[in-house]
Design a protein around this ligand. Structure first.
Ligand SMILES: [Cu+2]
Length: 394
């Protein structure tokens, strides 16, 4: 299925994202209690996983397991040296030559673009579907491998815990604009209209303007230091060749203290406790439209925009990788609370909102990663300590 052939009926539903703002929010104390609860559940997951691998002497063991770390300056977080190395490795990926054939994506110039192309091409299958979590888990794994093998990054994959900055993403360490951040907000552009984005599954959503809107001007990915080439795909003015053409420009951000409320700690507790044994509940709630009430996945993208708003080309903003590591963290903790009952659960079909209708996802359903690597089945990516993977979140 080509992007341009998405059925017109898919694009008919109009959602006004800002209407969701009227829903009640947890208070500060309730959110602090929710943060505590997440840490308790994470500790329980960690005990379960380490118990499960404690007798192993080969493969993924308690000694060699990779520990993915949070970007924030708290305990068990990514060191300043690793942050600097991670940032340089992304610049390195964005300078090495692309492997994507020009016939597939004439705009792909760098190895970093290969990841955006794979994401753009798979978007209609791997969002609002049963492949959402498995696909992004393996995409992250491939990205971590490229950082390590091609750009010598030896540190752990970082995640951005957006629950910590739910009140205002401008306060997040990841966006503080310093040399150890992923850059600051975009320059404020007054008088803008909302951005109408198309979302897999057929919705159009109007994202109101927030606190920035222009080029990132501070930090390692500021204008002149970092180039975005592919997209936009999901909003106007769209890039050439369906977003796969060459469209060099600055990275833009529009940090939104409204959509960040969608990633408050209580939203994660609602997933981990509220969707206890039910993967369908977890995926549906997590992948719902952003805002309050809304899904943490879309809220993570929508509080960063505009490049991060583009469901297809959102890996253009390096924060994509940290955001999706956090999404994977929530899934991994949920799985780890009952390894036997939850690790190999499947849910949903393999097209966005099942349109066009597709078969139910099984452990044998294969996912395509294009030039990045061989196809993987859902079963192969289900466990973080069996098969190819060996990592945990701390
Ligand atoms: Cu995605």
């Amino acid at each position: 299925m080509k992007l341009s052939t998405l059925p017109a009926a898919l694009l008919s539903l109009i959602l006004l994202a800002h209407q969701a703002a009227a829903a009640p929010l947890g208070n500060v104390d309730a959110e602090a209690a929710a943060s505590q609860r997440i840490l308790e559940l994470q500790a329980q997951y960690q005990r379960n996983v380490l118990d499960a691998i404690s007798n192993r002497t080969s493969g993924c063991t308690a000694q060699n397991i990779q520990r993915r770390q949070e970007w924030y300056p708290q305990c068990n977080t990514l060191s300043l040296a690793d942050r600097a190395a991670f940032i340089s490795a992304i610049h390195c990926l964005n300078a090495l030559p692309a492997r994507t054939p020009q016939s597939t994506a004439p705009g792909a110039r760098a190895l970093y673009d290969d990841f955006i192309v794979a994401h753009i091409l798979q978007t209609p299958f791997v969002h609002a579907s049963g492949l959402f979590l498995p696909f992004h888990r393996h995409l992250l794994h491939l990205f971590a491998g490229a950082l390590r093998d091609r750009c010598d990054y030896a540190g752990p994959l970082p995640y951005w815990d957006w629950t910590a900055s739910y009140a205002d993403p401008r306060a997040a360490a990841v966006f503080d604009g310093g040399p150890h951040s992923l850059g600051g907000n975009g320059a404020f552009v007054p008088g803008r209209n909302g951005t109408v984005i198309s979302v897999p599954g057929g919705a159009h959503v109007v994202i109101p303007p927030a606190t920035g809107g222009g080029c990132v001007t501070t930090g390692p990915f500021r204008q002149g230091r970092f180039e975005v080439r592919l997209g936009p795909v999901a909003f106007e003015p769209r890039g050439p060749h369906g977003g796969l053409g060459y469209n060099p420009r600055c990275l833009r951000r529009d940090l939104s203290p409204h959509f960040s409320l969608g990633t408050r700690p209580g939203a994660v507790v609602a997933l981990l406790d509220g969707c206890a044994g039910d993967l369908g509940c977890l995926v549906r709630d997590m992948d719902a439209p952003g805002g309050v009430p809304g899904g943490v996945h879309a809220s993570g993208h929508w509080q960063v925009g505009p490049d991060a708003l583009d469901v297809f080309a959102s890996p253009s903003d390096p924060v994509f990788w940290l955001h999706h590591a956090q999404v994977d963290r929530v899934w991994t903790i949920w799985q780890g609370l009952d390894l036997e009952g939850r690790t190999y659960q499947v849910w949903g079909t393999s097209t966005a909102a099942n349109d066009p209708p597709s078969d139910d996802v099984t452990l044998e359903t294969a996912m395509d990663f294009g030039i990045l690597g061989e196809a993987k089945t859902v079963g192969e990516v289900a466990s973080t300590v069996d098969g190819e993977y060996c990592y945990m979140y701390e």
